[in-house]
Write a protein that binds this ligand. Structure first.
Ligand code: X2X
Length: 335
């Protein structure tokens, strides 16, 4: 019997109910670190803290997960190294950024692949997600089953409204550190600059970058509207955060603790998805009220520009026929 099962017996099953509430607090046996790049008020951070609390309660105090949100432990690039070395135990990271280590992990970010959230969740909780998680598993990491929502990404700008691909010509746009992002905005004619999220606000404020692209919720929560003027609803890609773990560290935990952690992280992902869905209903109006000017875009023109530039053909070759077939099986023909 594992530590936790013994503990559960001692704490509950073997004792009369009345003893449970008054049992003495027990020592923490495993202190684990969870890090992310999201502001503390983002649903991702809120639901992660809640999951940590639930895990502590469900393990009767044995597993304490300390949350380090908002790049407290460094940039995404830093935190990925820390996760690999075991300095942190869990880390939520965009699959596109993870692709610097696991190339297959950026596949959900292919331009204009997903038409709506139903298609996203079916693919990511289904075959496409399973394919990516198995690739992640080959690199000393684990990915919990259910990916967290970041959202459909929109382009903001401080210098000029972006309506058509031609408006992106020479446009200095901050993109996260990922070959797919650089390739996509280069194909659209822009001048992408790779910058970790930790530096985005200041990069926009100092005009190192004229614009950036992120889901509306993050534009709101990270207050990027303060340093941006226009917002173009391109929805050019869907991006999510994999809950990653250091495989060796996770395997060293008692099996029942592993099961509780997995259950709670996955349940929290579904709650976070619902939080973002609810925010999506009100966030555009709020951003307008804060002075962000929304711009109508010719969406098909952006997709055509990618096609013409050979973007889909290039990435099909990079991911390979098998992975591409899984993607197209979920979203329809892309190239
Ligand atoms: O870096 C970004 O823009 C962010 C926060 O959306 C990601 O984590 C990909």
């Amino acid at each position: 019997m594992s530590v936790l099962n013994r503990r559960a017996l001692l704490a509950g099953a073997a004792l009369p109910l009345i003893a449970i509430g008054s049992r003495p607090a027990r020592a923490v046996e495993f202190t684990l670190k969870l890090a992310n790049n999201s502001p503390i008020t983002h649903p991702q951070s809120i639901r992660q803290q809640e999951a940590a609390d639930r895990i502590k309660a469900a393990t009767n105090g044995a597993v304490e997960i300390q949350l380090f949100p908002n790049n407290q432990l460094g940039s995404d690039t830093d935190m990925l190294s820390q996760l690999r070395s075991g300095a942190i135990d869990f880390f939520t990271l965009s699959g596109l950024i993870l692709s610097t280590l696991v190339p297959a992990a950026s596949i959900n970010g292919i331009g204009f692949a997903f038409k709506d959230y139903d298609t996203v969740w079916k693919a990511m909780d289904g075959k496409l997600g399973a394919h990516v998680r198995s690739e992640i598993g080959k690199r000393g990491l684990i990915a919990f089953d259910n990916i967290w929502d970041n959202g459909f990404r929109q382009i903001t700008s401080s210098s000029r409204p972006i309506k058509l691909p031609a408006d992106l010509k020479g446009f200095k746009i901050r993109v996260p550190v990922s070959p797919l992002w650089t390739s996509m905005f280069t194909a659209l004619g822009a001048s992408p600059i790779s910058i970790n999220f930790a530096e985005v606000y200041s990069a926009l404020q100092t005009k190192i970058a004229e614009g950036q692209e992120n889901p509306l919720t993050l534009i709101q929560i990270a207050k990027l509207y303060e340093v941006q003027k226009y917002c173009s609803m391109t929805s050019h890609m869907w991006d999510g955060f994999w809950m990653l773990g250091n495989a060796k560290g996770f395997a060293a935990l008692p099996k029942d603790a592993q099961a509780i952690i997995a259950r709670e992280f996955n349940a929290a992902a579904f709650k976070e998805r619902a939080d973002i869905a609810a925010l999506n209903g009100s966030v555009a109006a709020d951003l307008k009220a804060k002075g962000l000017e929304f711009v109508e875009v010719d969406k098909p023109a952006f997709r055509d520009a990618l096609k013409t530039a050979g973007f889909y053909a290039e990435w099909k070759k990079k991911y390979g026929d098998e992975a591409w077939a899984i993607l197209e099986g979920e979203v329809g023909t892309l190239s």
